[in-house]
Write a protein of this length. Structure first.
Length: 133
């Protein structure tokens, strides 16, 4: 056996015969539960066996992972939002009620981006990094 970080959870899957005979999943789960409760090797472990226990365990693992990673993702999104906002403002964009129509702002941003891009391609931009493509 290979040691697993989270351990083993035995399950009984439906066989191909059960699938062909359209055995209901509810019936298969009931048969799985009965198997673990009556089998001499699994009787004492029946509460920690089966598909429902596996599903609960995986759900807990997923929720814990999300709780662990979410603050970092939130920070990263906030950083990227602030960075994007700064870039937007550097192109002369404004934020607020004074821009009722977004078309002129979008046209100005695209024009400035195109000019900036052409300057970079022509080598006239002072912002060209030699470390990036």
């Amino acid at each position: 056996m290979y040691p697993l970080k989270l351990g083993y959870i035995p399950v009984v899957n439906r066989s191909q015969k059960d699938i062909k005979e359209n055995k209901k999943i509810a019936h298969a789960l009931k048969a799985e539960e009965e198997f673990f409760k009556t089998h001499p090797s699994y009787r004492s472990l029946a509460a920690r066996c089966g598909t429902p226990y596996l599903a609960r365990t995986l759900n807990k693992t997923l929720i814990n992972h999300i709780r662990e990673k979410l603050p970092g993702l939130r920070r990263k999104i906030e950083e990227l939002t602030a960075e994007t906002q700064q870039k937007y403002l550097s192109f002369g964009g404004g934020v607020g009620e004074e821009f009722k129509s977004k078309s002129p702002t979008l046209l100005r941003l695209l024009t400035q981006y195109a000019v900036s891009f052409v300057d970079s391609v022509d080598g006239n931009s002072g912002d060209v990094s030699l470390q990036e493509l």
